[in-house]
Write a protein that binds this ligand. Sequence first.
Ligand code: SF4
Ligand code: SF4
Length: 354
Amino acid sequence: MAKVNPDFSVELKKFGGFDLNACYNCGNCTAVCSLSTEENSIPRKMVRYSVLGLEDELKVSIDPWLCYYCGECSETCPQDANPGELMMSLRRYLTSKYDWTGFSGLLYRNMSAYVISFLLIIIGIAGLSISNVFSQEEWLHYGHYLEMLAIAIVFAFILLPNIIRMWILMVWNKEKKFSIRKHFLSLDVLFIHMFTQKRSLSCKDDRDNKVWWFEHFILVLSYLLLLFTTVFLNWFNTENMGIIVLGYIFSGIIFVVTIDFILRRIKKKKEKSTFSHPSDWFFVIWLMLMGFSAFIVRMLIDFSVLEKYFWVYLFHITVLIQWAIIIVPFGKWTHFLYRPFAIYFNNIVQDTKK
Ligand code: SF4
Ligand code: SF4
C-alpha cells in the first residue's frame, strides 16, 4: 500500500517556490505541456504525488527529469501554483535522495550551509597563502594536480555511488534482475541526451526560439573542453600556441554565455527565470567566475606578470575548489548527469515491457 506523508509539501517547499495548496487538479498544466504523453502525464502526476506526499513513488519517478522548465504550465496555471517550479523543486529533492552523503539536501535546504562551506575554502586558501607553505611555482604545480585529484575523488566517491543508488531506485527495484544487453543497447540514449539535451527542443518555447538550447549546448561543450584543456593539456603551463588559443576560446565562451544566463535571471522575462533558488545563482555565477578567472590567469602568464598579480591565481584556485567539491557533486551541476541517466534507466525499464 502507498505510504502517505501529510507533511511532504512542507518538506518539499524547502527545495523551491511553488504553491501546492493552490492546485485544484484542473489538468491545464498537462494539457499545455509539449512533453506530456499518455504514459507520462507531465506535470500533473507529479503535482498529485506531491500533494498526497507519495514519497516512495516520487523517488522512483523519471518525470521530473523529463521536464526542461520551459514554464508553459506555470504561465497558464489558473491558480498560479507554479507547476514548472514544482518540477524543478522535485529535481532538487531527488538529487538529495540520490546523494548518500546527505550534503546535497543540507545545501539545498539551507543557504547558510553553502556560505559556510565557501568561507571554509576561502579561509583554507588564504591561510596557506599567508603562511607561505608553497612558493608560486609550487602553487601552479600542485594546483594542476589538485584539479585531477578533485575530479577523481568526486567522481569515484560521490557521483558514481549516487548514480548506483539512482539505478537501484529506478531499475533494480522495478526489474529485480540485471541485463547487460539492455544496459549496453541503451547507451546511445545516455550520451545523446547528456550532450545535446535534444528532448528540450520538443518544448514549444525552445522549438520556436533555439537560442537558449544553442547557448546551453555550447556552454556544456566549452566547459568540458576547457576541463580537458586545463587538466589534461596543462593549459596554464603549456607553450603550445594551439592549446593556448583553444583555452582562451573555451573560457571566453563560458564567460559570455553565463553572463547572458545571469542577465536572464535578473530580468525575469521568461517564466523559467522568474524564480531562482540560491543553488541556481551559485551554479551560474561560479561557472562565470571560473571561465573569467581562467581567462585572466592565462593572460597574466602570457604577459609575464602573473608573479606580480598572483592573487588572481589564488582567486581562480579558490573558485575552482569551491566549484569542484561543492557545486559539482552536490549542486545543480549534478543535473547534467542525473537527467540523461534517468532517461537511460527509463529506456532500460521500458525495453523490458516491450
Ligand atoms: S498546477 Fe495549476 S494547471 Fe496544474 S492541475 Fe493544478 S491548478 Fe491546474
Ligand atoms: S515546465 Fe514545460 S516541460 Fe516542464 S512540466 Fe511545465 S510545460 Fe512541461
